[in-house]
Design a protein around this ligand. Structure first.
Ligand code: BTN
Length: 326
């Protein structure tokens, strides 16, 4: 109910009367008052003025369930939210609850991760109150070979969300890093449980460097944060809600086609590798070439010096710019 009260307060300029809230939520005045009190205890500044009602005048910097939930405009993504002020890894937790039957679209959010996981067995740093770490659980009706494309869809959603909210021009380093000014803002780790032909579930873990101001020595040259780029803090809950909105729209188009076909142009417009020379770190032998963006199956098209177009599949290899990270 706190989520609905917050949504009503946020959507109204000025005061919302106690009576309006009771009618909207179908509960008693006492119930409304108790929840307002509880929100105030959580750090929300809510003015209560006799005969006028309630007005939201300040909110805490939080990505707790009520805050994110009250900002969501989606019907599928994030309709069930589990929030933790501290957890080992949202991906680990999402996998545990997936095994227990948690619903498609469940969103797991943490303020801090103590054992955040990155790609290729690396760790992912998620300091409290600064970073964004969340994992979306989906149960797609797709064959396992198509799942790597979901990571591309999420990458596109994050890039679109930050560009829309902050008027930035962040791009995607194929397959799944969101980059601005040559430095990484966000990483995505998708894990799945599947049989040969059938996917049980996938968890898409997203780590966004929101309000971080420093990075470990080894990341200093390749990582950045929204705060460092913009010169001010960002509202983390607003960004999570925007990513969910973008993802829901893009994922629907992806599901309809069963491929990137419907959103190919949108991806390639933001794909920083397009039109650039890349070095493909293929375990069977490194090579360089000119990248032409992705095809409908999410493979990166790389033209080698002899004119051959090679298709690079996201799961197999990584790609670097020939002069640096992008
Ligand atoms: C990468 O290495 O680029 C991927 C990083 C993914 C980090 C996110 S943070 C939320 C989720 N939980 C994790 O343990 N990892 C992912």
């Amino acid at each position: 109910m706190k989520e609905e009260i917050l949504r009503a307060l946020r959507e109204t300029d000025g005061y919302v009367s106690g009576q309006e809230l009771c009618e909207k939520l179908g509960v008693s005045r006492t119930a409304v008052w108790k929840n307002i009190k509880s929100l105030q205890d959580d750090g929300y500044e809510i003015e209560a003025v006799p005969k006028r009602g309630y007005r939201l005048s300040g909110m805490p910097d939080t990505i707790a369930a009520e805050e994110v939930g009250s900002r969501l405009r989606t019907v599928r993504m994030g309709r069930e939210i589990r929030y933790f002020s501290r957890i080992d890894s949202t991906n680990q937790y999402a996998k545990r609850i997936a095994e227990e039957g948690a619903l498609d679209g469940t969103l797991v959010i943490a303020d801090e991760q103590t054992a955040g996981k990155g790609r290729s067995g690396r760790t992912w740093v998620t300091p409290p109150a600064e970073a964004i770490a969340f994992t979306l659980l989906l149960r797609p009706k797709l064959s396992p070979g198509r799942i790597s494309m979901v990571t591309l869809v999420m990458g596109l959603a994050v890039a679109k969300a930050v560009n829309r909210l902050y008027d930035m021009s962040a791009g995607i380093k194929w397959p799944n890093d969101i980059v601005t000014g040559g430095r990484k803002l966000c990483g995505i780790l998708t894990e799945m449980s599947a049989e040969v032909e059938r996917v049980h579930y996938i968890v898409i873990g997203v780590g966004i460097n929101a309000n971080l101001t420093s990075f470990p020595e080894e990341l200093r040259d390749i990582a950045t944060s929204l705060k460092l780029e913009l010169g001010h803090e960002v509202n983390r809950a607003e960004l999570v809600a925007e990513v969910m909105a973008q993802f829901e729209r893009l994922y629907e188009q992806f599901e309809t086609a069963g491929s990137m076909e419907n959103i190919l142009q949108e991806y390639n417009d933001l794909c920083l590798n397009s039109g650039r020379s890349v070095r493909v770190l293929d375990p069977e032998g490194e090579y360089t070439g000119l990248s032409h963006g992705i095809n409908a199956l999410g493979e990166l098209l790389v033209e080698t010096q002899d004119g051959e177009i090679r298709k690079v599949y996201a799961g197999e290899v990584s790609v670097r710019g020939i002069y640096g990270y992008v």
